[in-house]
Design a protein around this ligand. Structure first.
Ligand SMILES: *[C@@H]1O[C@H](CO)[C@@H](O)[C@H](O)[C@H]1NC(C)=O
Length: 205
């Protein structure tokens, strides 16, 4: 049986190692109302190593920029999605919104703000794996103490080419996406699903 070695690998339990959870985080979406608004929805997430954070940009100009717990509204030179512009007339969960994905490499806390949105001190911040000493509420309090963010720098680069989709390409006549936008979902590539199915079938015979 040609595929036996592969089937054996999967049956030994290697398959779960390649599963990762994708945390979909709305940018420019109010987490309390679910409408377009200030900040991130959700504003606190707890991914593990190998998981993916997928920022999905809503109407207006937004950028997700990495900062620090102490200075929530100032770039620390880390991740920067670049400014994403989405048409104002799109529904909050319109299909085809631009997204930007990063893989989580450790469970250390990560801190982000919406620089282009300019409302960091009004709560446009995202806490990833906050701790018992560096909590999400304390991060928000630190943000509230900062002056209003400067206008977005249009030169701050979209250096990572993993951005997909554009607001302009979305068709507003399509029904709003019914995905559970705040719920982490399990992300499995088609190839893995096929492999898993193959190994199941091979396991039967
Ligand atoms: C994880 O590592 C990759 C590759 O170095 C990098 O592109 C990505 O930004 C890192 N993720 C985080 C959250 O720092």
């Amino acid at each position: 049986m040609k595929y036996t070695p592969l089937a054996t690998l999967f049956s030994l339990g290697f398959l779960p190692l390649v599963l990762s959870t994708e945390f979909l985080v709305g940018v420019g979406k109010d987490e309390t109302t679910g409408s377009k608004g200030i900040g991130f929805d959700p504003s606190v997430i707890h991914p593990v190593v190998g998981d993916i954070i997928s920022w999905e940009f809503r109407s207006g100009q937004h950028s997700v920029v990495q900062s620090t717990f102490e200075n929530p509204c100032t770039s620390n030179g880390g991740i920067n999605t670049g400014v994403q512009t989405v048409a104002d007339n799109l529904p909050v969960d319109a299909p085809g919104l631009p997204t930007f994905k990063v893989t989580v490499n450790s469970t250390d806390p990560l801190w982000f703000f919406d620089e282009a949105g300019g409302l960091c001190n009004k709560g446009a911040v995202l806490a990833v794996n906050p701790t018992s000493t560096q909590t999400a509420p304390a991060f928000k309090e630190n943000a509230a103490k900062e002056p209003t963010s400067p206008p977005p720098s249009t030169t701050s680069g979209d250096t990572n080419p993993s951005t997909t989709g554009t607001g302009a390409s979305s068709d507003p006549s399509q029904p709003a996406s019914s995905n559970a936008a705040n719920k982490p979902g399990t992300y499995v590539s088609g190839g893995l699903i096929l492999s898993a199915i193959s190994s199941l079938i091979l396991g039967i015979f």
